[in-house]
Design a protein around this ligand. Structure first.
Ligand code: ZN
Length: 180
């Protein structure tokens, strides 16, 4: 019985969708993963940030279309240029797991809602449109935006006229054209 319950919970987690607390999806089914849960995942990841140089800990949680959540924290280095942001750390973890399509990214850091840096925006744009939840390290306010708002007219293809999919094999449609 306990095993069945655990399996049921696991299946629930595989089909989560992010949305505002209490909101319902297209079919009237309540979202099983709220925006707040994704933000909490980012805040949890933030606790593992390695940031001895800046002291600015950042956490990110990336929700893939599969329903899985991938976490990242900023990883600094004495050679500053080698530093990896939390958002890209989360993206790398997701890509390594085979994910190519994403729904929502939550970022948490600082005293006020932060936004992904330019480099992270560019890396994320490779995989299409994305909801972005910006939160501070604590508190109960967050801002919602989209990647195309943060990075309009992005450089998205080596041959822009041909609009090559980011990953044909995985069904990618190219930046900002991804079906939601
Ligand atoms: Zn960044």
């Amino acid at each position: 019985m306990r095993g069945a319950l655990r399996k049921g919970l696991l299946l629930q987690r595989l089909f989560v969708r992010s949305g505002p607390p209490g909101a319902r999806g297209k079919e009237g089914v309540p979202f099983m993963l709220t925006d707040w849960e994704l933000i909490e995942a980012a805040r949890e990841a933030r606790k593992n940030a390695y940031c001895p140089y800046s002291g600015f800990a950042v956490g990110a949680a990336l929700l893939a279309r599969s329903g899985r959540v991938y976490r990242g924290a900023n990883c600094e280095n004495v050679s500053f240029g080698g530093t990896i942001c939390a958002e890209r750390a989360a993206l790398a973890a997701a890509l390594t797991a085979g994910e190519r399509r994403f729904l929502t990214l939550a970022v948490a850091a600082g005293d006020a809602p932060v936004a992904p840096c330019g480099l992270c925006r560019q890396m994320l744009a490779e995989f299409g449109e994305l909801r972005i939840l910006r939160a501070a390290a604590q508190g109960d306010e967050y801002r919602e935006t989209t990647l195309s708002t943060l990075l309009p007219e992005a450089f998205t293809a080596y041959r822009p006229d041909e609009r090559e999919p980011a990953d044909k094999e995985k069904g990618g449609r190219g930046p900002y054209e991804q079906a939601r």
